[in-house]
Design a protein around this ligand. Structure first.
Ligand code: URA
Length: 208
């Protein structure tokens, strides 16, 4: 679906940054939903499967609750490589830790997500977490204020590859922001509200 040329260019754009591996988006050409995450972690860059690590277990529960499978959806992320930082646990050798991607890293891989959206035309895009929301809509409200509601809006696409500036699509997309599944790992109490949001999304699926 994506040209290898585009991927090569985007990999080059990311080269100056502390990021490793590359995970391709996965899913059919006409998905029911597109889920957009933040960036892969260690598990994903080793096996190439998006959302296959700890957060992936919760992501699979999302799908189960929605009554759909990975074959029905497209899964991708704002950055396709793992942003890392070095750290040293007590009495253990230094190792890499995941970190949040910065704006330059997100812009480096932005053309990939732009191309995936253009090619698959998902009826609903589900950004999971603050980074994916910012990537698509350009603002960072509090997650509790924006999750679980439908937004009809143009989305951002990279406009100038040198200056890393975005413009907005002429098309209006339907966006349904959700908490990132990793949020449950840090705050168990979010589970109830997340499942309320998933019920909303499930109802909307009946009309696609
Ligand atoms: N978070 C993401 O955004 N993608 C993954 O594959 C895993 C965690």
């Amino acid at each position: 679906m994506l040209s290898e040329d585009l991927i090569t260019q985007c990999k080059l754009r990311l080269e100056p940054f502390a990021c490793e591996g590359f995970v391709y988006g996965a899913g059919p050409t006409r998905p029911l939903l597109m889920f957009v995450g933040e960036a892969p972690g260690e598990t994903e860059i080793n096996n190439g499967i998006p959302f296959s690590g700890k957060a992936g277990r919760y992501f699979d529960h999302y799908l189960e609750h929605l009554g759909i499978t990975r074959n029905d959806i497209y899964i991708t992320s704002s950055v396709r490589s793992r942003p890392y930082k070095w750290g040293k646990p007590h009495n253990k050798p230094a190792r890499k830790y995941n970190r949040t991607p910065n704006q330059k890293e997100i812009a480096a891989h932005a053309p990939i997500l732009d191309a995936e959206i253009e090619a698959t035309k998902p009826p609903i895009i589900v950004p999971m977490g603050r980074i994916a929301y910012w990537r698509l809509l350009g603002s960072s409200p509090k997650m509790e204020e924006l999750t679980g509601t439908f937004i009809h809006s143009p989305i951002r696409r990279l406009d100038d590859w040198e200056k890393n500036t975005y413009d907005f699509t002429p098309e209006i997309y339907t966006i349904f922001p959700l908490y990132h599944p990793a949020a449950i790992l840090y705050k168990r109490s979010l589970e109830t509200v997340i499942y309320t949001h998933l019920n909303e999304l499930k109802s909307a699926l009946k009309n696609i």
